[in-house]
Design a protein around this ligand. Structure first.
Ligand code: NBX
Length: 827
């Protein structure tokens, strides 16, 4: 993939390949302590990164000086997750140094593609939410907006996935095992974080003051990752906090011989930033997760306040003018009472003033409607860990209920208990969503339909109370990573036929619609798709040993494994195709390769069973001569950003088949369509907006709509109605109950059948099966018409301009953050 031919971008390279060669050699010698004849590929990667870092750090310094000179308003993006992936290729593209580095390394006898493969993914996130945060950082830097990403410096990111006999097993991720060239530790900005203890009321000058006597102190150590904007734009930072014990270890205990005891405190403190939580909720880890949330929120706020006071001392009038804080889901919601605590307890501000500031700076993004994902904390746990914050939450709640709610709905206790931050019941709970809505001036969903459901179903009373607070910002993806870097051939074709500034003006892809019927352009476009499929076929062979034909349709479903995303609907359809082929070996279908990538949360039994089922079905079908090469199934292990970058450019079909109303937005749907895949999908999340942009002729929509799902559920959904009335559906569901796919292990796949029938099929898989299978027939028919397919694929690429994350960021800026761009001086 290094063959990036001449594009306008290369003219702006800030160094010649000769100069870069010298820098790489210099770092090989001085940073790596080795020499070309001996250096490992890893050492070459480190040396290349170090050479590129010279440009990155220069940009960072200029940007920081500019921000400080103009005392800029900035957004602080608080997120438990940043799924950054690899940085070298991205930084090379954004600095216009990709070609130059390719040449420099070639002259040194090295291959850039191989060297890029040395970099471990920075997998500090679970999925869409974390990757969105990473795309947003790219856009913020590119658009020259002052911004800081704040998160946790996890020692271990999302687990590595392996398959053993078809089952998922997890291994710890070790992205920093050999150090990481991009991060810079900033000891001068260490923060102290307090936990546990009790609150004392002291009376001073006739006033009651609250004093929190913490039971523990933890050190928060910041690591900065530079985020390089495209085109020599700003370099912002992602600041990730690492937890450490306040004193390295207890010397007195150590000297008295208690070696183990002395290190316990250290181990406990370090546990906070040790691992990223996979997105399931287990009882055992709850306290640690709450501490993680507070740890990074408090460290980030202390940092924000320190930066502000450095310029403004105790003059708080400028605070809401200079500070915006975005809460990426409710995970950092404890930042709201933490800011109140700082202002009231530490800075001696009165309640109303503090609340006014607080409320002006915060805004909150909701990413889910699924009830199990709406965060609530057991009140007693909260009180134990954060006693002062619980008091402040009570007070926030009291003001809210007695002032705002009482005024709107006088005497209505029902609405008060629905809106209260505290949920009453056998176990009282703190509702983090309510805290986030009350403490923010804007709340957004992430796609039109999702934001409407946030208003109508999730927070209807809040919407009635504050009709302007709830809004929509449709998600987006950075076209730099998700087209320019991952699909260089297509990028180059677009350079030639649309306009060269498409990486920052994605709407310019529209020009390609004029060429959608042009036979030469169609051929060029489909040739690139074919070459990308050949490359993916090689990856598949290398990772799984399975041989696939790049001439077949590559049908791809990549996303976390979850029942609502319905990988098992895809699987049932695969079984139906297999059955048709067994019944009639001449069954006429375009050969198809179904390709999956998905990690299941380690504690999510059914999700793991679905992975096992896909692997077992794949084994059987791929080794069955009778299908005559018409059907292959592949589940690639360890799906992650860097694997997505290889899969997405090679997709013909994009599977976006969630139950309508369940997928807040989706962003993989945007990446796949941008790279010329045709979506088969439900009217859910951003699929609706993708269909609007591409036109319904160029996507395959099927299944129940949000309203139909609601109507069916309220009528009473009975999966047997579908199972018993569709012979093919019944046959494939029953197939899962045999040992056909798991010889000698009957029942090994029965949990899926069970969930679909006796389990009530909560995500309406059976209800949507027939409509899905019919839509798949249309996919097959369209593919036979090569010109019609090429036309649709081109139109998909051409019409995805809306889904540039630059547009999402501009929406946040205009409607929520109100920032001004500051291109760096010296740029
Ligand atoms: O956020 C995802 C949604 O499911 C997608 O529809 C959406 O496109 C994306 C970006 O807005 N949500 C998501 O990825 N959630 C998590 O990863 C998550 C992590 C931790 C947790 C709960 C959810 N406790």
């Amino acid at each position: 993939m290094t063959t990036q031919t001449r594009s306008a971008s290369s003219r702006k390279a800030p160094a010649t390949s000769k100069a870069l060669q010298q820098k790489i050699l210099h770092h090989l010698h001085t940073t790596q302590g080795t020499y070309p004849e001996k250096a490992s590929a890893l050492a070459w990667w480190e040396a290349t990164a170090a050479a590129i870092n010279e440009f990155v750090m220069a940009g960072l310094t200029d940007t920081q000086k500019t921000h400080s000179r103009y005392d800029t308003r900035a957004v602080n993006y608080l997120s438990m997750e940043f799924l950054m992936g690899r940085l070298l290729s991205n930084n090379l593209h954004n600095l216009h140094l990709f070609e130059t580095t390719d040449k420099a390394l070639a002259a040194l006898g090295q291959n850039l593609t191989d060297i890029l493969e040395q970099e471990p993914d920075m997998a500090l996130g679970n999925g869409g939410l974390g990757r969105l945060a990473a795309c947003f950082l790219d856009s913020l830097a590119t658009l020259n907006y002052p911004a800081v990403g704040y998160g946790i410096h996890y020692e271990h990111g999302l687990f590595e996935q392996h398959f053993r006999n078809g089952r998922q097993i997890e291994r710890p991720d070790d992205w920093r095992e050999y150090g990481n060239p991009w991060e810079v530790c900033r000891p001068e900005s260490v923060q102290q974080i307090k936990l546990y203890g009790y609150v004392e009321t002291v009376y001073e000058d006739g006033r009651a003051r609250k004093v929190w006597h913490p039971g523990r102190n933890i050190k928060a150590v910041p690591w900065d990752i530079p985020v390089v904007g495209y085109n020599g734009a700003n370099v912002n930072i992602l600041r990730l906090w690492e937890s450490r014990a306040t004193d390295f270890f207890d010397w007195d205990v150590f000297n008295a011989g208690g070696y183990v005891d002395a290190q316990i405190e250290q181990a406990e403190a370090e546990a906070i930033s040790k691992v990223l939580y996979p997105n399931d909720e287990t009882e055992a880890g709850k306290e640690l997760r709450l501490i993680q949330q507070y740890f990074f929120s408090a460290a980030s706020l202390a940092d924000i306040v320190r930066r502000y006071q450095r310029a403004h001392g105790d003059d708080w009038t400028q605070f809401p003018k200079l500070v915006a804080i975005q809460l990426n889901d409710t995970h950092p919601a404890v930042a709201i009472p933490e800011l109140m605590r700082i202002l009231i307890d530490d800075k001696d501000m009165d309640w109303n003033h503090a609340w006014q500031l607080c409320h002006q700076v915060f805004s909150y993004t909701n990413h889910t409607l699924l009830p199990e994902a709406l965060e609530k904390w057991d009140l007693h746990l909260f009180e134990k860990v954060l006693p002062r914050h619980l008091e402040l939450i009570y007070e926030i709640n009291h003001h809210f209920l007695t002032e705002e709610v009482e005024q709107k709905w006088p005497g209505d206790d029902g609405v008060k208990s629905r809106l209260s931050i505290i949920e009453e019941g056998a176990r009282r709970m703190v509702r983090m969503g309510h805290l986030s809505v009350i403490g923010s001036h804007r709340v957004n969903g992430v796609a039109e339909v999702h934001s409407e459901l946030v208003k109508s179903d999730l927070f209807p009373d809040f919407h009635a109370l504050w009709p302007h607070k709830l809004t929509n910002v449709t998600n987006g993806i950075t076209p730099r990573r998700w087209l320019k870097a991952c699909n260089p051939r297509l990028a180059e074709l677009i350079d030639r036929h649309a306009s060269k500034d498409w990486p920052v003006r994605l709407d310019k892809l529209q020009k390609l619609t004029d060429l959608a019927d042009d036979a030469r352009f169609q051929n060029a476009f489909m040739k690139i798709k074919h070459e990308n499929k050949e490359e993916l076929a090689d990856v598949i062979k290398a990772l799984t040993g399975i041989e696939v034909d790049p001439g077949a349709i590559f049908d791809i479903q990549i996303k976390r494994l979850h029942e609502y995303k319905r990988q098992h609907l895809n699987l049932l359809h695969i079984l139906a195709l297999y059955r048709r082929l067994l019944e009639n070996p001449d069954h006429d279908m375009v050969p198809r390769v179904f390709i999956f990538g998905a990690k299941a949360a380690p504690g999510y039994r059914l999700a793991k069973d679905i992975i096992f089922a896909i692997n077992k079905v794949a084994d059987r079908i791929n080794n069955d001569e009778r299908v005559g090469g018409k059907l292959k199934v592949v589940m690639l292990p360890n799906y992650r950003v860097s694997l997505a970058e290889k899969m997405i450019p090679a997709a013909d079909v994009s599977e976006q088949i969630s139950t309508a109303g369940k997928e807040a937005s989706g962003t993989g749907n945007m990446k796949l369509a941008l790279n010329g895949a045709l979506t088969i999908g439900t009217l859910d999340g951003a699929n609706i907006e993708i269909a609007e942009e591409a036109g319904e002729d160029n996507v395959f929509i099927f299944g129940l709509t949000v309203d139909e799902v609601k109507a069916l559920n309220s009528r009473g959904y009975n999966p047997y109605d579908y199972y018993l009335n569709d012979a093919e559906l019944k046959a494939v569901v029953d197939w899962l109950d045999t040992d056909y796919f798991t010889p000698g292990q009957p029942g090994a796949l029965s949990s899926i059948k069970h969930s679909l029938l006796d389990g009530g099929d909560p995500f309406l898989v059976l209800a949507d099966f027939r409509s899905y299978a019919e839509a798949q027939l249309k996919v097959d028919a369209r593919y036979r018409d090569r010109k019609a397919w090429a036309r649709s694929a081109i139109i998909n690429t051409a019409t995805m301009g809306k889904f540039n994350s630059d547009r999402s960021i501009q929406d946040y800026v205009d409607r929520i953050w109100k920032l001004k761009p500051y291109p760096r001086d010296n740029a």
